[in-house]
Design a protein around this ligand. Structure first.
Ligand code: MN
Length: 500
């Protein structure tokens, strides 16, 4: 699911001009090559950094942008103006560039050599004004980009750039991505609906519905030996509840769950899908809600949304790509129930079944229990808690005239009590700045009950991602004040109305 991420490239481009003469340009090129190489060799940067020859005229700039647009593995450009690069030269290239752009505002020399500084030093190290000229034309053209300021070896600069690369990976992953919807939307639910045509135009991924019968064909083609093999994997990976052992009363249900997982997986692989949705109201031909299957497919890298929630499925997939290789997991999530005791307010997040085991604190327990809704057989599921620490919830909404990406940072906390009667995976968190303000702002912004929950993705990843997607981004964090948040909502309404 993540295999081709290793092949992705970010191109490092440097602007200059002929005015400086061959010798200076050679030096500029050498400095750029050194910086590009150092960035590429840094473990935090998740992609290849490709050094490109210095750009000194409009044609070369146009050509590199054209080439970047057409290069399948190129997910974005890092631009740096070591010297002065008159920015009218950049208009043609920036007009056609359709890959994400990061403007690295750095300088090859970290320190001013106080006792030796002369005009040669100043003329070579002049990004302080060269990058301002580039910044002007980007702003004048309203070009979306991330600006990163600081010495290129500084940890903070690497972190900013790594976050941008991760967002670019996820953005690249969405282009042409396919999401399968089994059984359409949960009837009458509003927030999970939306304009799929607009989403495809804006985000690059497509969402199509499939009849349950199409899936049932795949499920029914699974052999007994495949099921046996998968159950062995379950037994090696999880704590398996008593009734599920070889002679257990519920063994048949577990075999059914394994069959479902294998059938769904082969359906998704055959169609090259990156995620899917299910709907417990529409399971015709399936014996149980695919709970364990959805959990394990999410863990394998698929995006998932319950009740037909295709926007969350796509978002979960993007968040999994963004955080690939980082510590902490990402899951489909729902704000389920509250603890409203004064001073200790928190949210218990969960779902009927479908929480991804990448966020499990310890070895999950594989269990089968009745499901109180849906009217099908008792489904299998993994039950676990989530480790305390930082986290966030994110949602994408369709507001009719635009999409909104809404993010709330949260502090995940440990359960103080055993929860012996709760047969689902669960997370406990305190929304920032607290539950009252966090939930208040979330509701004012129209935030969904479904989210992508992550302990690996940061608000920076999502903010960078929103710039690339050209989508409204709203953040609820420790600094959120309701009166300011309300104003931001009103201003954004006006801004996006005018933008049309
Ligand atoms: Mn739900």
């Amino acid at each position: 699911m993540f295999r081709n991420l290793q092949e992705k490239e970010v191109w490092f481009i440097t602007g200059s001009q002929h005015l400086y003469g061959e010798e200076t340009l050679r030096e500029v090129a050498e400095h750029s090559r050194i910086i590009a190489q150092a960035l590429g060799e840094n473990d935090k940067i998740p992609v290849k950094i490709i050094f490109k020859p210095i750009l000194t005229n409009p044609d070369a700039i146009y050509d590199i942008c054209l080439e970047a647009n057409n290069a399948k593995n190129c997910i974005g450009l890092i631009a740096w103006m070591h010297t002065f690069s008159p920015a009218k030269m950049w208009i043609g290239g920036l007009t056609i560039l359709n890959k994400p752009l990061a403007h690295l505002h750095t300088q090859y020399n970290c320190e001013i050599p106080w006792s030796q500084i002369d005009m040669d030093f100043m003329n070579t190290n002049q990004s302080a004004h060269g990058d301002r000229e580039f910044g002007f034309i980007c702003s004048r053209m309203k070009k979306a980009r991330k600006v990163i300021v600081g010495f290129w070896q500084e940890e903070d600069v690497i972190d900013r750039l790594a976050a941008w690369c991760r967002a670019a990976l996820a953005w690249n992953d969405w282009q042409g991505a396919k999401f399968a919807r089994f059984g359409d939307n949960m009837r009458e639910v509003a927030v999970t609906e939306g304009d799929k045509v607009e989403a495809q135009m804006k985000f690059g991924y497509s969402v199509n519905g499939y009849a349950l019968g199409d899936l049932v064909k795949y499920v029914n083609s699974i052999s007994a030996s495949q099921i046996k093999e998968l159950i062995t994997e379950y037994e090696e990976t999880y704590l398996v509840q008593k009734g599920l052992s070889r002679d257990g009363a519920q063994r048949a249900s577990l075999e059914e769950a394994a069959k479902l997982e294998l059938g769904m997986k082969s359906f998704l692989e055959a169609g090259h899908f990156k995620g899917f949705t299910t709907n417990f109201e529409n399971l015709y031909g399936l014996s149980q809600l695919p709970g364990l299957a959805s959990q394990r497919l999410m863990a394998a890298g698929y995006g998932f949304g319950a009740e037909g929630d295709w926007k969350t499925a796509a978002l979960v997939r993007a968040m999994k790509v963004m955080s690939y290789g980082l510590k902490g997991g990402t899951s489909f999530m729902e704000d389920y129930t509250y603890h409203l005791e004064e001073g200790k307010m928190k949210v218990l997040g969960s779902h009927m079944l479908e929480v991804c085991p990448t966020i499990a604190e310890k070895k999950p327990s594989l269990e089968i229990h009745p499901l109180s809704i849906g009217g099908k057989d008792d489904p299998a599921r993994l039950v676990f808690d989530v480790a305390a620490g930082r986290g966030l919830n994110a949602t994408i909404l369709d507001l009719g005239n635009r999409f909104r990406l809404l993010v709330n940072e949260v502090d995940v906390v440990s359960t103080e009590y055993e929860l012996p009667n709760l047969p689902v995976a669960r997370a406990l968190w305190v929304p920032q700045p607290d539950l009252k303000i966090g939930a208040h702002a979330w509701i004012l912004a129209g935030g969904a009950h479904h989210t992508g929950f992550s302990q690996a993705v940061t608000k920076e990843h999502l903010e960078d991602f929103s710039e690339m997607a050209g989508v409204e981004y709203m953040l609820i964090d420790k600094d959120t004040r309701i009166c300011d948040f309300k104003k931001e909502l009103r201003w954004n309404d006006l801004y996006y109305h005018l933008l049309k």
